[in-house]
Design a protein around this ligand. Sequence first.
Ligand code: GTP
Ligand code: MG
Length: 473
Amino acid sequence: MRLISNPAYPVYPVTNFMPDTIVALATPTGRSGIGVIRLSGSDSLRITGKFFGDADFVPDPQNAHLKRLHDPTTGEVIDEAIITYFKAPHSFTGEDVIEISCHGSPVLLRQVIDICLANDARMADAGEFSLRALANGRIDLAEAEAIRDLIDAQTVSSVRQAIRQLRGEFSKQLQPLKDDLLNVIVVLESALEFVEDDLPEIQAENVKSRLKAIAAETEKLAATFKAGRLIREGLRVALVGRPNVGKSSLFNALLGSDRAIVTEIAGTTRDQIHERFTIDDIPISLIDTAGLRETTDTVESIGVERSKATMADVDVVIVMLDASEELTKEDNEILGSVEGISHIIVGNKIDKLTPEEAVGFESKIKSQRPRTVLVSAKTGKGLDDLKDSIVRPFATEDTARSGFLVSDARHHDLLVRAAAGIEQSLDQMNQKMSEEIVLIGLQNALRSLGEITGETTTGDMLTRIFSTFCIGK
Ligand SMILES: Nc1nc2c(ncn2[C@@H]2O[C@H](COP(=O)(O)OP(=O)(O)OP(=O)(O)O)[C@@H](O)[C@H]2O)c(=O)[nH]1
Ligand SMILES: [Mg+2]
């Protein structure tokens, strides 16, 4: 704990003050062309100075320097690296930052980090560079989270959304809402202090209409989450059906690679296989499962149990039938078990059917199950229709719109809470309750909005959020 003084306040303790210098590998572990080691903190210059074997050398913040790195204990040259110095406060963290771009040998990178650690640097925690940037006012919390989302983005659309948030678009949309809300709170608080009677009717109506507008804007932002989550997290889709209907064949056809084993033997797939692909830039996590049937085979029966558990845990279940055969008891059982779960029926192997038989199958199934698609995993027929029916029910106007989308469940939850707090206060105003009571909901709403950008976020919450970051960022 350090004590810092601020002329406006008495000396006070700051528990989350982070004076030590941190180090981490900023590029992925493993062999690569280069590997970047990053240090942040007031000791960065002294620690990197140990590598140069030249006490007088101080890197110039305006230039990149090609330097030999020495092991300070033996004097031996260990690499040639580019040194970049970002002088505080003009760095990502707001502290002195040094980046050492070494050759990308995991052994060498470990050696350089070990030397930094031996000279009093500390290994950075997950997200600690971003946490320092936040603590030093370089970015707000929503922007820090955008960096994490950008690194984790799986599609072009989620990269685009993360960049918008990183550039402060979300924070800029929230600012007028917070300002308006604060202004209303000030009006109500001064009414509480200075006026004996209630707020005059005219002023009360004005406050109400301003609150309605803030609540509507907040709800509108929260509503973009449906599309935002879809773009960021995508959908989990499971393929289920009795053995041999062609689940693994369809799995491979959708991925465009021979990932799963396909044979004419029923019970080929024992364990689940997960793979990712995209449909219209929406990330899809596709799961191939063991064919569902009664079985005495121990391995297969474990697979069957897993298939059943997976069905309850995905966004869409694709129930596969063999359109070239009559429905069996197992097919009907599976159809019964997906009642109430979002599912699509796929009739496979239509290459084996005459056009009349295909129409016959479709009309038999489709009358009861409108979401039925006929495909051939073998020829690829019907796959585009199937892809479309997987994502269509989830797409909203927002998916196509070019606006900013809320994509983080934490932000969505806080927006919903803020809107609920304002609505509650509006109700209370309509019931002519005292300003004191009305203010509670509004203050909660303001706190919720502030938690998105980090002004009112507690230390515990910050620790939780930053633990989802990667080390080195
Ligand atoms: N004609 C035709 N044959 C297909 C089609 N799809 C799959 N098959 C064949 O059906 C057999 C079973 O295919 P799989 O993909 O292994 O079936 P599965 O549903 O994964 O089977 P299990 O893993 O045992 O549950 C294989 O011989 C495939 O070649 C299709 O669209 N048309
Ligand atoms: Mg299979």
